[in-house]
Design a protein around this ligand. Structure first.
Ligand code: PLP
Length: 368
């Protein structure tokens, strides 16, 4: 069994993607063009925002949102530490200070109460992460942001299609970043990302930022970068978008088997999904006190699993200057020392999941 299987399985999808390659080879339209325009329209409509701007990665999506909002040296942005480096790296790259706060011990999502305590007069934004395909407590985060005049930026890199009180991740704050890295629920053959927003101003600014600050060809108004999405990746996304809802549904079905079979295993704690959230299970994660031994035992039985994130961001050397040392975020630290992701994805059958469940139960007993 593989932890992830990234091969295109659907025959029809494979043919459609070959069609994208064939058209692009014939037309020579490698950058921009109708695939990019169509993808942006389709993605905005699916997420439920006015605008979607295609960019070259999820990291760039985050960076361009922060950049467009004018986040700079001296500013603070509140974010969790239990996430991928890009979330906080982009804040720091713009010269601002990532202010790490703890997560809820059961949902693993940013804790709104800790966010409230971290607000200072330098705070400019809150950057919640919809971790593992669940969705943060956006009502409380938005209320806090409104009270203090802060921007809310969603990191939706792991939450394509997840929803909160009926609204999709990516439409719940001022602006959101998506990644289409190959392992994501919606993915490309390389690197790509997108920004969603209802703000015309942010959309226009990011459209220019990702294209050297150009207003017209060879006429730059401000500094920017080359951060565009390739036409090929846009074409692939467009074709894959027909399948994303059914892929997410399959993930939810598999997750419900995991929940049913593992919820009674006392030693295992499953990520709790908050009321009102429909998750997309980018990862199916559990906690176990002896996680490393459990992982080894599962490996011995031929079951792959992965650790997310072995070292939370506040304890990585890159952020040592923030002096948020061990003990500073107890829930985050405990979760990252106990968390194990079990295989999940549309490529798996119900039998596969039942086999993983059997192995987990057996491994837990063996460890006693
Ligand atoms: C939570 C989170 N944020 C940001 C990113 C960055 O996305 P990318 O790898 O497309 O730059 C990722 C993906 O790896 C992620 O998981």
């Amino acid at each position: 069994m593989k932890f992830m299987d990234l091969i295109v399985k659907e025959e029809e999808l494979g043919k459609e993607i070959e069609g994208v390659f064939a058209e692009i080879m014939k037309t020579g339209q490698y950058v921009g063009g109708h695939f990019v325009d169509e993808f942006e329209r389709a993605f905005a409509s699916w997420v439920g925002t006015e605008h979607a701007i295609s960019v070259s990665s999820g990291t760039d999506a985050l960076k361009y949102i922060l950049w467009a909002l004018g986040i700079k040296k001296g500013d603070e942005v509140i974010t969790p530490s239990l996430t991928f480096i890009a979330t906080a790296e982009t804040i720091a790259l713009l010269g601002a200070k990532p202010v790490f706060v703890d997560v809820n011990p059961e949902t693993f999502l940013i804790d709104p109460e800790s966010v409230g305590k971290a607000v200072t007069e330098r705070t400019k934004a809150i950057l919640p992460v919809h971790i593992f395909g669940s969705v943060a407590d956006m009502d409380r985060i938005n209320a806090m942001a409104a009270k203090h005049g802060l921007a809310v930026i969603e990191d939706a890199a792991q939450a394509h299609g997840a929803s909160y009180k009926g609204k999709k991740a990516g439409s719940l704050g001022l602006s959101a970043a998506f990644s289409f890295y190959p392992t994501k629920n919606l993915s490309v053959f390389g690197e790509a990302g997108a920004v969603t927003t209802d703000s015309r101003e942010i959309a226009d600014r990011i459209t220019m930022l990702k294209n050297h600050g150009q207003k017209d060809s060879y006429y730059s108004v401000f500094l920017g970068e080359n951060g565009r999405m390739d036409a090929l990746q846009a074409g692939i996304l467009l074709k894959k978008m027909k399948y994303i809802d059914s892929w997410n549904q399959k993930r939810r079905e598999l997750a419900s088997i995991y929940r049913e079979r593992l919820s009674k295993v006392e030693e295992i704690k499953i990520q709790k999904i908050p009321e009102g959230v429909e998750p997309v299970y980018h990862l199916f994660v559990v906690l176990h006190q002896e996680r490393d031994r459990l992982k080894e035992e599962l490996k011995r039985m031929g079951i792959p699993s992965r650790i997310y994130y072995p070292v939370p961001l506040h304890l990585q050397p890159v952020f040592s200057y923030l002096k948020c040392n061990r003990g500073c975020l107890p829930n985050t630290e405990r979760i990252s020392s106990q968390l194990l992701a079990l295989p999940i994805g549309p490529w798996m059958s119900k039998e596969d999941v039942l086999n993983v469940c059997k192995a987990v139960k057996k491994a837990v007993i063996n460890l006693k």
